[in-house]
Design a protein around this ligand. Structure first.
Ligand code: GUN
Length: 301
């Protein structure tokens, strides 16, 4: 048997296609935007603020702008030099808070070292905080109140629910404890009645814990960290890692070929969580525009 065929035979996990799910989501969002414009004369607007020229951030911001425009959302990109002071950035955020055409504000992270991210994030109007990183929205997520939820965690949950609707009682293991991903994804899974274990770089015997996971979410920032022998057979594996390869591409934190032999479902990198993050950002922008106009935010999905 040719080598390629043998390899195909070994791959058992079903791939959760983030590109396809994100496309469905964007189509649904585009329909909601059309209704907002047609019936309510509201054109949702998203402001994205980028400081400096980090190549990764420039690509992310361009992708966000392009995706917004494609679903009919108006996009305002503010690209400031890397020596921008914290005061200048805060003034811009305050101006965007007061700008009626802007329903969502996203300040691309990381920020240059002269700027304190927490100070900036808490200056964003919580109603426009489409990143869900304002302390008020974090508190809302923690306490089960409605609010804006971070986009990558929302995208992860949608990917998991694509293959398993009822998560009650499942053991979810999250590797990573960042405010952007690890902590909010753990909260979302808790809200779905999972038993959640959060692991991080100081967790001993990581693979012993991951082998107990029905759902494994990996945001470790280490290429190929997770191997087949870390996985419970049949588990759902969500890879949030984005690591640059020497060849100029990107790879995840999960050793995809190896883990595919054991997992039940797996997200690829690229084409898994990434496209869902952007689709959820657009969904949050529409939800924010609705709530700011006292309209019921649609359930987009
Ligand atoms: N940098 C990398 N991912 C993100 C994100 O989801 N939001 C923001 N604001 N910055 C990021």
């Amino acid at each position: 048997m040719p080598v390629v065929k043998q390899k195909e035979k070994q791959l058992r996990a079903e791939i959760i296609d983030g590109r396809a799910l994100a496309k469905t989501l964007r189509e649904s969002i585009a329909r909601h935007v059309a209704v907002l414009i047609e019936d309510h004369k509201i054109l949702p607007g998203l402001a994205v603020v980028l400081i400096g020229d980090d190549p990764g951030s420039v690509i992310y911001v361009n992708n966000k702008k392009k995706a917004a425009v494609e679903v009919g959302i108006r996009s305002f990109v503010h690209h400031l030099p890397k020596n921008t002071s914290q005061d200048e950035l805060l003034k811009l955020v305050q101006a965007l808070n007061g700008e009626k055409k802007v329903h969502g504000i996203l300040v691309q992270l990381p920020l240059p070292k002269q700027i304190d991210a927490n100070t900036v994030l808490k200056t964003i109007d919580p109603a426009k905080d489409v990143d869900g990183l304002h302390i008020e929205n974090i508190g809302r997520l923690m306490t089960g109140m409605p609010g804006l939820v971070p986009c990558t965690p929302l995208g992860c949950l949608a990917l998991i629910k694509k293959v398993e609707k009822n998560l009650t009682g499942l053991h979810a293991v999250v590797i990573g404890r960042s405010n952007l991903v690890g902590k909010p994804v753990a909260q979302l899974l808790l809200r779905e009645n999972c038993t959640v274990t959060v692991c991080h770089s100081r967790t001993p015997q990581l693979s012993h814990i991951t082998r107990q996971a029905d759902i494994l979410v990996v945001a470790a920032g280490k290429a190929g960290l997770v191997k087949a022998d870390w996985i419970k057979p049949g588990a759902i594996v969500i890879d949030i890692g984005i690591n640059r390869t020497k060849a100029g591409g990107i790879s995840g934190d999960v050793d995809f070929d190896d883990v595919s032999k054991v997992a039940g479902y797996i997200t690829p990198v690229p084409g898994g969580v990434g496209p869902m993050t952007i689709a959820c950002l657009l969904g949050n922008t529409v939800a924010a525009a609705c709530r700011q106009n006292e309209l019921t935010a649609p359930h987009i999905g």
